[in-house]
Design a protein around this ligand. Structure first.
Ligand SMILES: *Cc1c(COP(=O)(O)O)cnc(C)c1O
Length: 328
């Protein structure tokens, strides 16, 4: 928590266009801190998507609250706002949309529902730092937003790191207290907290990398466009109008995924599957009582999805080779 961390917080807030950025130890801790800041208690319900990395629902469950899953949109793979309302109960406290693969959810609709039902919105923006929705940046569109600087994310440090964003002064103050053991003054504690501090060395790295990040986002977009244009007979990603993805993953849908994965691997092209098991079917969430068939779109996508290499440093020659092999 040295001065590099406070400089980073200023840089992040300015980049996003929000009042407060609070740096912390990881994306997972950012989610825990955000949930703690709004006093999530055992038994509370948080509405989220089953098609995401485990941390989204894990942090909800970690605090004893209940993740309540909603259908996803078949094109964007993000939570379907029109199906949120029917899942709201007297126990619902917040909606946690995930900006999956670098694309922000339909936040206007989500915020509208939240307002009507007096709920908080927490954007899980672990994959979307720098993305845009109707001219606004990811992490500036909700009561609270959480990002990750894990090395594999679009803006990565050299270890673990994350941040929470808010426009609310009281929440910002509380987050700062909670991330340092609930400490208000040295050895004076007002809240139950965690050790969620960011190391100065990671902040130093991020302060440098942030200077080049806008350029990297432009390059990632160019690479995505080239894939979109040159991949044939494949379902390429759908991006919402008026939006900019940061392409945390470039994911395609293929019917014969195993064949495409092994063709790529035989030709030394690294691929990934995000995510092979939706959260409602994970063993750890058996107690929630979901079963196969509850989320057919999610389940189908999890069987057909695969990611191709995506980085601002992918060369044209490398990308041409990838496209040729995948098209074959
Ligand atoms: C990576 C990720 C997280 C967790 O971030 P860490 O920094 O790895 O703890 C949370 N949610 C989503 C959607 C992620 O992709």
């Amino acid at each position: 928590m040295g001065n590099k961390v406070s400089t980073l917080e200023e840089n992040l807030a300015k980049f996003v266009g929000i009042k407060h950025a609070i740096a912390c130890s990881s994306g997972t801790d950012a989610l825990i801190l955000a949930l703690m800041a709004i006093d999530i208690q055992p038994g509370d319900e948080i509405i989220t998507t089953p098609f995401t990395f485990i941390a989204t629902a894990e942090t909800i469950a970690f605090l004893g609250a209940k993740p309540v899953f909603v259908y996803i949109d078949a094109k964007t793979f993000n939570i379907a706002p029109s199906l949120i309302e029917e899942k709201i109960t007297s126990k619902t406290k917040a909606i946690m949309p995930v900006s999956l693969f670098g694309q922000i959810s339909d936040m206007d609709k989500i915020n509208e529902i939240a307002k009507v039902h007096d709920l908080k919105v927490i954007e899980d923006a672990a994959q979307s730092f720098g993305a845009e929705y109707k001219g606004k940046k990811s992490c500036s569109l909700s009561n609270l937003a959480c990002t990750s600087f894990f090395p594999a994310k679009p803006l990565g440090c050299y270890g673990d790191g994350g941040a929470v964003f808010t426009n609310d002064d009281d929440l910002a103050n509380k987050l700062r207290i909670i991330l340092n053991h609930g400490q208000t003054k040295r050895y004076v504690h007002s809240h139950i907290g965690i050790n969620g501090r960011l190391d100065s060395i990671q902040a130093g790295i991020l302060n440098v990398k942030l200077k080049y990040y806008t350029e990297e986002i432009i390059k990632r977009e160019q690479i995505a466009q080239k894939y979109n244009n040159e991949l044939k007979n494949i379902t390429t990603p759908y991006i919402f109008p008026n939006s900019l993805s940061v392409w945390a993953q470039y994911c395609i849908l293929v019917e014969d995924r195993d064949a495409v994965l092994s063709k790529c691997s035989n030709n030394n092209i690294p691929t990934g599957v995000y995510y092979p098991i939706p959260l409602h079917l994970q063993e750890v969430f058996e107690y929630l009582g979901y079963k196969e068939g509850d989320f057919p779109i999610t389940e189908k996508i999890s069987k057909n999805i695969m990611a191709l290499p995506m980085s601002a440093f992918l060369t044209e020659e490398e990308q041409n080779y990838i496209i040729e092999v995948v098209n074959e």
